[in-house]
Design a protein around this ligand. Structure first.
Ligand code: R5P
Length: 282
């Protein structure tokens, strides 16, 4: 039985179709004091797959409730799929006195599940924070499918060295194109400096591939640098389209040609599903 969180309803349905599992009826309530309650009907099955992107604090609580509700309803095997793991970028304390937030949420999630599946966590090391078996799936190859098939001399580019594997996965799935990466220095939560490589981009279509678009600072700076160097089209491909605050406007103002993302976070730029790769590990 697939049990979808409120932020992952389309992915839940896609996963149910992909696996042939039933899609559970879930009820999301909110009380006058602001507290929420998610309840689920899992019928007479004893296995529940809870699928919930934890993009907000409320969705973290909702996930814990869904896990607990599934147990209460009789499930004795609960698998938790985190299409997007909130707080995953706080994988260490950057200064004394700060929490390792990814560890804190992982421990809480572990209490209600038998195993966890993560889609492209920002740092693979977060898998160690779970107290139950945790596996990772790579959705970057899914990003190739929605791209135009007629890209001109395509270059798959990551905005920093850390995302080069994603660019390579997307390029391999697309079937042709070169690979390169830029250097990125982050000055603050919203300010980044991009140093381009020597790659010639004039007249070429460039696909900038990253795991997350959050504030859009990384992508908008990359797009500007590429247009300054006379790239033909500049396409953005990301696994997790958080698109916080004015991220979409930033990308449009920078001159993005097209934006393609998966359904780990359900946004209007979602153009492909991670359901097939998640289904493979269920
Ligand atoms: C950082 O290393 C990540 O891979 C992304 O580049 C980053 O999270 C994007 O954030 P923003 O959209 O705020 O620049």
């Amino acid at each position: 039985m697939i049990v979808p969180g409120s932020a992952s309803q389309a992915l839940g349905a896609a996963l149910a179709a992909e696996t042939g599992h039933e899609l559970a009826a879930v009820d999301y309530e909110q009380f006058p004091d602001g507290e929420r309650m998610a309840s689920v009907d899992i019928g007479d099955t004893d296995r529940a797959v809870v699928v919930a992107a934890t993009t907000t604090d409320a969705s973290h609580v909702e996930l814990l409730q869904l896990q607990d509700a599934a147990h209460e309803a009789g499930a004795d095997d609960v698998v938790t799929v985190l299409p997007y793991m909130g707080y995953g970028r706080q994988e260490r304390a950057f200064e004394a006195g700060q929490p390792v937030s990814a560890r804190a949420v992982a421990r809480a999630i572990s209490t209600g599940t038998d195993r966890v599946v993560l889609v492209n966590p920002h740092e693979a090391s977060v898998t160690d924070f779970f107290d139950v078996p945790c596996s990772v799936v790579d959705a970057a190859p899914q990003l190739a499918a929605p791209l135009p098939t007629d890209l001109t001399d395509p270059l798959f580019l990551s905005p920093d060295a850390g995302a080069i594997d994603l660019a390579e996965s997307a390029r391999a799935a697309y079937g042709r194109g070169a690979i390169d990466y830029f250097e990125k220095v982050r000055h603050s939560g919203t300010e980044v400096e991009i140093t381009p490589s020597d790659a010639v981009v004039e007249g070429r279509d460039v696909v900038v591939v990253d795991d997350i678009v959050a504030t859009g600072s990384t992508m908008s700076e990359s797009i500007r640098v590429l247009h300054d160097r006379d790239a033909s089209g500049v396409f953005v491909a990301c696994v997790h389209p958080l698109f916080a605050r004015d991220a979409r406007t930033k990308l449009e103002r920078a001159g993005v040609t097209g934006i393609y993302a998966t359904d780990t976070v359900e946004r209007d730029v979602t153009a492909t599903s991670v359901a097939p790769v998640v289904a493979d590990v269920l």
